[in-house]
Design a protein around this ligand. Structure first.
Ligand code: RFL
Ligand code: PHB
Length: 385
């Protein structure tokens, strides 16, 4: 098989890149390790920056999002069981869109199918060969090979692409947080019309949603906790203790239809280009979910790289030569924001009452300072590309 751009990974990054390039007349092949059903069953991100919604529209996959997604012009921040609102429109002139990653991925697969895009799922042993500008893999027990101009690693944090960058070239930066998030999806009306991020001396909590009948809630738990350690009843009790009193009183509970524990981590790999290989999304960087930045950063990378590759095939290499530098500058801003919000909102194992008061003062400052609310809003809605 021969193509121009071979994309490893059929998550949101890989599918979106393939869609944007195909629309610009550039051939791609996407190689995905899992089944499509598995990729579509992952419950992950819920919040899109406005810039991300624009990239999705540009890719021709914005119609259902614009019909079914929820535009939020603000969010609630809480401490000591009391919340206040930050108005994104007023402070940053932009809103965000609540539309699940599962739906984004679904729309991307539908669009790829409609255009006859090649997405090969259950591709095993995917191996990039940078010297030969090719990727080999095994499908249905048979060895296959794709020759290409460029290889793009959209294969997430445990993918194979990043390992092709020599150890003396690759530099990584990492922080592990000493707790996880227990997430629950339930067929109940969301407790609040906008998200609530709650600091509490018992630990962080987040109230989010997918639609008017589907809520997504998270609580901070010890990193070693398993799903089995948390009955539905124990989860709801703990959530109620941490969120604002008025929300706790309104909270409607029901059976969890999905429950999982996710670790929190910050990670950056540099550079994001090595020879004919580019890294995109979680393959190059991970943020803790507190700032809702993971999927949005992935979409940002795709935006830069699609422009760069379109430029290359039009005779201009500046975009591919500066891709790593441009993408990383924006990535580090989101790494810092996600670290700050995580640090301000969570209970650390060695935290004492002094540390708790510092966090509460930081949050009170947000409530009372227009400047502080502007700083948060500008970053939450997403810095410009
Ligand atoms: P993905 O989604 O991990 O997709 C990578 C794909 O590559 C495949 N793959 C391979 N294929 C072939 N060969 C190999 N060797 C391969 N190795 C891996 C995998 O099967 C997979 O299909 O990465 P991508 O596309 O870069 O997308 C990144 C996002 O998924 C991620 O950043 C977000 O989900 C993070 N995230 C959030 N981001 C937001 O912007 N807003 C949020 O509100 C938000 N909430 C979250 C989140 C992530 C969470 N978890 C569970 C990690 C909430 C949670 C709980
Ligand atoms: C979600 O709805 O899953 C979600 C929302 C906001 C976050 C993280 C996750 O910061």
């Amino acid at each position: 098989m021969r193509t121009q751009v071979c994309i490893i990974g059929g998550g949101p990054s890989g599918l979106l890149l393939s869609q944007l390039l195909h629309r610009a007349g550039i051939d791609t092949v996407v190689l995905e390790r899992s089944t499509r059903a598995h990729v579509l069953s992952r419950i992950r991100a819920g919040v899109l920056e406005w810039g991300s919604t624009e990239v999705l529209r540009q890719a021709g996959v914005g119609a259902r999002m614009d019909r079914e997604g929820f535009v939020h012009s603000g969010t609630y921040i809480a401490a000591r069981n009391r919340g206040f609102r930050i108005d994104f429109q007023e402070r940053a002139g932009k809103s965000i869109m609540v539309y699940g990653q599962t739906e984004v991925t679904h729309d991307l697969y539908a669009a790829r199918d409609a255009m006859g895009g090649i997405v090969i799922d259950e591709a095993a042993d995917v191996t990039p060969h940078l010297d030969e500008s090719a990727v080999t893999f095994v499908k249905d027990g048979r060895g296959e090979r794709v020759d290409c101009d460029f290889i793009v690693g959209c294969d997430g944090s445990h993918g194979v692409s990043r390992t092709c960058i020599p150890a003396d070239v690759l530099k990584t930066y990492e922080r592990h947080y000493p707790f996880g998030w227990l997430g629950v999806l339930s067929e109940t009306p969301p407790v609040s019309e906008e998200l609530i991020y709650a600091n509490h001396s018992r630990g962080f909590a987040l109230c989010s949603m997918r639609n008017q009948h589907l809520s997504r809630y998270y609580i901070q738990v010890p990193i070693e906790d398993t799903v089995a350690a948390w009955s539905d009843a124990a989860f709801w009790d703990e959530l109620r203790r941490r969120i604002p009193h008025d929300a706790a009183e309104r909270l409607e509970t029901g059976p969890a239809i999905e429950k999982s524990v996710a670790p929190l981590r910050s990670f950056v790999a540099e550079p994001m280009r090595w020879r004919n290989l580019f890294l995109v999304g979680d393959a190059a960087h991970i943020v803790p979910p507190t700032g809702a930045k993971g999927l949005n950063l992935a979409i940002g990378d795709v935006h830069y790289l699609s422009e760069a590759l379109i430029g290359h095939y039009g005779g201009d290499d500046e975009g591919i030569d500066t891709y790593s530098q441009r993408a990383l500058a924006r990535v580090w801003q989101a790494i810092r924001f996600s670290w700050w919000l995580t640090t301000t909102m969570h209970r650390f194992p060695d935290q004492n009452e002094f540390d708790q008061r510092i966090q509460e003062s930081d949050i009170a400052y947000l409530e009372h300072s227009v400047a502080a609310r502007t700083v948060l809003a500008e970053q939450y809605v997403g810095l410009p590309f």
